[in-house]
Design a protein around this ligand. Structure first.
Ligand code: C5P
Length: 226
């Protein structure tokens, strides 16, 4: 039974995690949401007062990296894994717009990236994994057997994200706030020096502005020859 690595990269809120979760479930693979890891580090920086609206103490964050322990723990009731930061479940906390506003600045730091990339490569050692993020096909697993690059218009993505936040009970963020955050993250993620978001040469690109989740899932499934 040959197991492969599936790398899914792309802009924010393009439905990477929905697709990745469905593929993992269908194939009996492990799903890893690398954005959750960057979000957990950003949350840690916020909790410790290292990052805020007008300041960022990069040095203190970098010095604290050895004390940041990230673990994905499978929750059988939900059918997927949740993010634990130093033994605490932070799955809810890391999904707020506040964390989204800081995460790309944290993800620019090379020391943060190398720590997380190392852990991600370790998780993929025995293959049978679907990983989503920004640099999976380019940096984490350049040898992945299947690489997908997802895109959709910023407006479509902001609509999806806004709906999700409302469903989670966010009553303060406006559609404009969400759109602005998406555009800012797109900019930082594509312009940073270390591992910028870009499509790997051998990645297959999908624009899902106009196709349903189901159509997309079926299209991708056809690409998997194991
Ligand atoms: O995937 P998600 O939108 O949750 O990721 C949050 C942020 O984490 C991204 O905007 C990006 O700045 C960063 N990230 C990254 N590399 C990854 C995954 C996420 O830089 N592999």
């Amino acid at each position: 039974d040959k197991k492969i690595i599936i790398a899914i990269d792309g802009f924010s809120s393009t439905g990477k995690s929905t697709l990745a979760k469905e593929l993992a479930k269908h194939l009996g693979y492990v799903y890893v949401d690398t954005g959750a890891m960057y979000r957990a580090v950003a949350y840690f920086a916020m909790q410790n007062g290292y990052i805020g609206k007008e300041f960022f103490d990069i040095e203190s964050l970098v010095n604290s990296l050895p004390y940041i322990k990230l673990v994905f723990q499978f929750n059988p009731d939900l059918g997927f894994s949740e993010m634990y930061l130093n033994e605490t479940n932070v799955e809810q906390e890391i999904r707020t717009l506040e964390v989204s506003n800081f995460v790309s600045k944290v993800a620019e730091i090379p020391e943060v990236r190398s720590k997380l990339v190392e852990q991600q490569q370790e998780m993929g050692k025995s293959k049978g994994i679907v990983m989503d993020g920004r640099d999976i096909g380019t940096v984490v697993f350049p040898e992945a057997e299947l690489k997908i690059f997802m895109n959709a218009s910023a407006h479509t993505r902001a609509q999806r994200r806004f709906k999700e936040l409302k469903e989670k009970g966010d009553t303060v963020s406006s559609f404009e706030d969400v759109l602005k955050n998406i555009e800012e993250r797109d900019y930082i993620d594509t312009h940073r020096e270390d591992s910028p978001l870009l499509k790997a040469k051998d990645a297959l690109e999908f624009d899902n502005s106009n196709i349903s989740k189901q159509e997309q899932f079926e299209k991708v499934l056809k690409l998997i020859v194991i």
